[in-house]
Each structure stands twice: as C-alpha cells, then as structure tokens.
Design a protein around this ligand. Structure first.
Ligand SMILES: *Cc1c(COP(=O)(O)O)cnc(C)c1O
Length: 375
C-alpha cells in the first residue's frame, strides 16, 4: 500500500473505547462522574503520585497548577522559549512575569544552567517542558528548586509515562498533562494535573468546580475546568495500553535512527541516559552540513506522501503579541533559535509498521541524494 500517506499521528479507537463511550452515553451521566474518577485513579498510579485532577485541557492544567500555587503579579516564572505557546500563555495569564531561558541543544529541553542564571529574588517557579516525550533534567531542576525555594511545574503535555531516573514525569513537581487528540494519550480535548501534595490537590479540585466544597458553598472564586465522563471514556481504555504503545514508539524511533544513520547534516534524536523517552515526536535536526534545509526536506517528504511537522518554527516571543507583552522578558536564546530553524519531526506513532518507517527513511535518503548529498 505504498500509495497511502504516512501521517504524523493517528488516533487509535478500539472496541473497548466504543463500548465504554456507549455505556456512558446510555447511563445519562455525561458530565464529570465515575469515569473521570477512574481516569484520575489510573493516571495517578501511572505517575506514582497520590493525586491526579482531570481538567478540560492541557492549557488549563498549566493555568490550574499556577493558580493553585498562587503565582501572580510581581512573581517571576522561568520557562523555555522552545515550546508550544500554551506553556507561556498559561503563565502570563497569572499576571506573573515570564522569563525565557535557553535550551540544551542535545535534548531540546530547558537548560538548568541557563535557568540558574535568571533566578532572582522574585523568582517563584520553574516550568521545565518535557519536550517530544523526553524529561528535562529533573535532578538539576529538583536541586535548583530546593536550593532557591521554588515551585516546579512540569509541562508534561507530551510526556505521559516518560521517566527520569526511573521516576515518572509529573512526580517531580506539579505535573501538567494534555489529552489533546495528537498526544500519546487522548480524550479529544482534556488534561490532568498531578501532585503528591494533599492540600494542593484539594485546592485544584475546588478551583476546577467554581470553588464549591459542597453544594452552593464556595471557599474561593473558582472556574469550570471540568472534564466529562464522555471524554474520560475515550482515555481510560487507552491508559491500559499506554505502556505497550510507548514500547512501539520506542521501537519505531530505534528503527528510524538505524535507517537514517550516516546522512550528512542529519542529526537523529539524542536520549539522555537518565531519560525514559516516550517519543511523542521523533525529531531530527537538519543542520548547515546537509545538502538541503529543513523546509526543503519537509517539502520533499510531502511530495513523497510523508507527513512531517515542525515543532516549533518560532520561539515564544517571536510574534508581536509576545514581543510587546509587558510581562514577558525575552533574552537571546541562541540554542533555541537554532533548533527552531533545524528541527523536523518524522512519523513515529504506534500504528506505523516497519514498512512505513522504511518508506519514511527512504524518502529522506532520496531527498538528500537529489539535493546533492550522499545517498
Ligand atoms: C499540547 C501542549 C500543551 C497544551 O495542551 P492542550 O491540551 O492543547 O491545551 C501545552 N504544552 C505543550 C508542550 C503541549 O505540547
């Protein structure tokens, strides 16, 4: 079936999901209820934490974490410029000032040394992003947070089941996950916040539901951040298959790295020794030594029926609405800027067979050969 396109992601809906969604529909309980509670229990177990609080999406997970930690005007939060806009947007919405630190060019995750250089008396939180499914250096960030008395908010939107030294993403600080349609675990739209802190979990549950502790009794001015049972029913069966699907992603990544070996200027992903990478994305760099640039490679792949993605072509701060934002501090981040020019994500999702991965690698090799490099 070589005429089929190779897509960058695929939602896998099986009989178990259909059956659970149908049973929720027939139950008449469509809003938050027992299936959300089941998702929360199972997800907390995955992360090895006491609490998971389901919310409407991953952006809200980040906003909720910041709100529960009472971050606000006058506080400073340090995060990565090389991430989805949601990371910075959520933090800016607290009214706090956001500082952007450079990334580690090998792993694309926030560089602890660059963060340390920005820590000052107003710093309250660090938001490492577990980009592409690989944890940031949580040993270093744990030590920094401890030494300076800072909160850690993990943007784990791409890192369900990822680990650092055997500990799960979402267990180091307040974990923020997305269940958006393209993520490794999905409910269409959805999110989860993870924490071991009982008081913080209680606050998150209040904030999620208008601040209401019991019917029409309000402890704070809250929100409607709830997920529905109908959405949770899509995610619960997937969670049981997550480990197996993560293994397939790892197998696919290894297959691609072997098949792409030796092309000039093509850098395959580096996994840190301490990281259990879950390959939300398989992201290569197309450097100046390659015979064609990243955008031409993407176009050549597209012409051969292969989807690819650029995550992300710009940095937080590059668009005018950020550049002019009074609460965003943009310093030069050369490693992040170079990554934005060079990265390209190739299909790695668990539904891909080895033959499809070979087509991806062959298409990359053909594009390099055509552009004048080694075949
Ligand atoms: C997807 C994503 C988010 C936001 O999640 P939504 O569910 O789309 O709101 C935040 N950060 C990163 C790194 C993401 O990939």
């Amino acid at each position: 079936m070589t005429s089929d396109r190779v897509h960058i992601s695929k939602v896998l809906v099986d009989d178990e999901i259909e059956a659970l969604v149908l049973s929720v529909l027939r139950s008449g309980q469509l809003a938050q209820g027992p299936v959300v509670a089941e998702l929360e229990r199972d997800f907390a177990a995955l992360c090895g934490v006491r609490h998971a609080i389901a919310v409407a999406n991953g952006t809200i997970a980040l906003e909720a974490a910041a709100a529960a930690l009472e971050l606000g005007p006058g506080d400073e939060i340090i995060t990565s410029p090389f991430t989805f806009a949601a990371t910075a947007n959520a933090m800016l919405h607290t009214g706090a000032t956001v500082l952007l630190a450079d990334i580690d060019p090998e792993t694309f995750t926030l560089d602890p040394r660059a963060v340390e250089a920005l820590i000052g008396p107003r710093t309250k939180a660090i938001v490492p992003v577990h980009l592409y499914g690989q944890c940031a250096d949580m040993t270093a960030f744990g030590a920094l947070a401890e030494r300076h008395g800072l909160a850690l908010i993990e943007d784990a939107a791409q890192a369900h089941g990822a680990t650092w030294k055997g500990e799960a993403a979402g267990s180091f600080g307040v974990g923020c996950f997305s269940l958006y349609a393209t993520k490794n675990l999905t409910s269409g739209e959805g999110g989860l916040v993870t924490t071991d802190d009982d008081a913080l979990a209680a606050r998150l549950r209040l904030l999620r539901n208008q601040g209401m502790s019991r019917r029409y009794h309000y402890e704070l001015t809250g929100h409607n951040w709830r997920l529905t049972d109908l959405q949770a029913a899509v995610a619960v069966p997937q969670l049981r298959r997550l480990a197996e699907r993560t293994e397939l992603r790892r197998r696919n990544a290894a297959h691609l790295s072997a098949a792409l070996h030796g092309l000039p200027g093509l850098v395959t992903p580096t996994t840190h020794d301490a990281a259990g990478h879950v390959f939300h994305q398989y992201t290569v760099r197309v450097t100046a030594e390659a015979p064609l640039d990243r955008d031409r490679l993407a176009a050549a792949l597209d012409a051969r029926g292969i989807d690819s993605g650029v995550y992300y072509p710009k940095l937080v701060g590059d668009d005018a609405c950020y550049g002019e934002h009074p609460n965003l501090v943009v310093e030069p981040t050369p490693h992040a800027a170079q990554a934005a020019r060079e990265v390209l994500s190739l299909p790695v999702h668990p539904a891909l067979e080895p033959a499809a991965l070979d087509r991806v690698a062959e298409a990359v090799r053909a594009a390099f050969a055509e552009a004048g490099g080694a075949a």
